[in-house]
Ligand binder design. Structure first.
Ligand SMILES: Cc1cc2nc3c(=O)[nH]c(=O)nc-3n(C[C@H](O)[C@H](O)[C@H](O)COP(=O)(O)OP(=O)(O)OC[C@H]3O[C@@H](n4cnc5c(N)ncnc54)[C@H](O)[C@@H]3O)c2cc1C
Length: 420
């Protein structure tokens, strides 16, 4: 019997790869360290609330991915018109900031933004993400929103980041004048949480071994070792694990490849999910917070996206806080800072009753496009390719991508395996 295709990770990418292989008549086996499918696109229930890993909304640019998602969910995806805001000091204006800064009552900020737009010098190419922000938006919008917000999110010097990759999800000054950016509306399941898509895909993805963490990969025997020293030989390996972790698991990887993998930069996110015994806190789906005196960069309201995510008479929300990739955090202290920040921002009240609290730590959340990004990833992917390993998905492909891309990455990986 020929060796089976092995998939590392049952997030949306791994599940999509397994689903497409199975559809083509191949029986893959997927190893997943969690006891449930979906990775970051899973939903977890607590005390009657359904929580996602912070905001997880579908956006579709590709008709195949859209049809696949609709098919998986039996059409049960609602299109929702975005209601988002930006908090600037004490004021709240509509998102996107660059289209709505005139709503600010502080007219000195408005004229700084207008002046910046007049003086900006857009060009074809920029040396860094910071240059791109200044060139596309001008100084005022940059200083009052784009720079502080992105510094909070990426936890990296924006002048030491490429502008490629981060921009397709950020409306440029030009496009923003015409429309409301890439996420003016979004799709969300009309039953359950964002994880419904992953659950449906898992049911069609063949054998998935849950609670099976892959610990090492032997490229000469073409085998993976799973916890408890179980060795499993593979015909082809599709990995969706974070790239630095995958390389660390391959003892035979050349030193230069290991060094490149250890140099990859990312930010981590701590998402605090709360269920509150109160309604009417906000009518927004989410609010951006560029203010650096508050720990979180975004707060979102699950129960405003879909009522069924929270019991009657309650509100459910998440606060997303980024920290430098891989840093050790004191979760209790950070939780206390986030709650204090939510009170300062007028979202929580001192005497609010918290019915559910579910922190979700995402150690590898945002891939940083630092200035060595292309050199390092090029070296790593050349090596993996030479070993017949397909590394893909948001973290396997080391990219700023979304759930739609995950569905397509999985499909492409399956096709690579079938073509080989
Ligand atoms: C804060 C945040 C908000 C986001 N919001 C959105 C949004 O609104 N819309 C959108 O489209 N996208 C959003 N995304 C992106 C989206 O989460 C990803 O594109 C998608 O979930 C990536 O799927 P994946 O399968 O590639 O990775 P993952 O979901 O990370 O899946 C990888 C899987 O591998 C498993 N694994 C890891 N190590 C091992 C191991 N050693 N052995 C076995 N299994 C292992 C993990 O448990 C996981 O299940 C967001 C991401 C973040 C971080």
């Amino acid at each position: 019997m020929s060796k089976r295709a092995v998939i590392a990770g049952a997030g949306l990418t791994g599940l999509s790869a397994a689903f497409h292989l199975k559809k083509a008549g191949i029986e893959p086996v997927t190893f997943e360290r969690n006891k449930y499918p979906g990775g970051l696109c899973a939903s977890l229930a607590k005390n009657g609330f359904i929580f996602d890993f912070a905001g997880h909304y579908f956006h579709f640019k590709n008709s195949y991915a859209k049809d696949l998602a609709f098919g998986l969910l039996g059409g049960k995806l609602n299109e929702i018109k975005r209601k988002a805001a930006v908090r600037v000091g004490e004021e709240q204006i509509d998102y996107p900031f660059q289209n709505n800064f005139a709503q600010l009552k502080d007219k000195s900020l408005v004229s700084e933004c207008e002046q910046g737009l007049k003086e900006r010098k857009p060009r074809e190419n920029y040396g860094s993400f910071k240059e791109w922000i200044l060139g596309e938006y001008g100084k005022g919008i940059a200083e009052h929103f784009m720079l502080p917000y992105n510094e909070k999110l990426w936890q990296h010097d924006l002048d030491a980041m490429l502008y490629l990759g981060t921009t397709s999800y950020t409306p440029s000054a030009k496009t923003a004048q015409k429309k409301d950016g890439y996420n003016a509306s979004f799709f969300y399941p009309s039953e359950g949480g964002a994880g419904e898509a992953a659950k449906a895909l898992a049911a069609l993805a063949g054998e998935i071994r849950y609670g099976n963490r892959i610990c090492s990969v032997n490229v000469s025997t073409r085998s993976v070792t799973v916890e408890d020293n179980i060795v499993f030989e593979y015909g082809r390996l599709i990995s969706t694990l974070p790239l630095p972790e995958l390389i660390e698991m391959i003892p035979a990887a050349p030193v230069a490849v290991k060094k490149a993998a250890a140099s990859l930069r990312y930010s981590s996110v701590f998402a605090l999910n709360l269920g509150i015994k109160r309604t009417g806190i906000s009518d927004k789906h989410w609010i951006y917070f560029p203010d650096k005196s508050l720990p979180f960069y975004r707060v979102g309201f699950y129960s405003n996206v879909a009522k069924h995510l929270a019991p009657e008479g309650t509100t459910s929300l998440y606060a997303e806080t980024a920290y430098p990739g891989g840093a050790v955090i004191d979760r209790e202290a950070l939780t206390a800072r986030i709650k204090a920040g939510l009170i300062k921002a007028g979202i929580l009240k001192q005497d609010d009753i918290i019915l559910a609290e579910l922190p979700m730590n995402i150690p590898c959340a945002y891939v940083v496009y630092d200035l060595e990004y292309k050199t390092h990833t090029g070296l790593i992917f050349d090596y993996l390719c030479s070993q017949g390993i397909v590394s893909t998905g948001r973290y396997g492909g080391w990219a700023y991508s979304a759930m739609e891309d995950a569905l397509l990455d999985g499909k492409n990986a399956a096709e690579d395996v079938l073509d080989a």
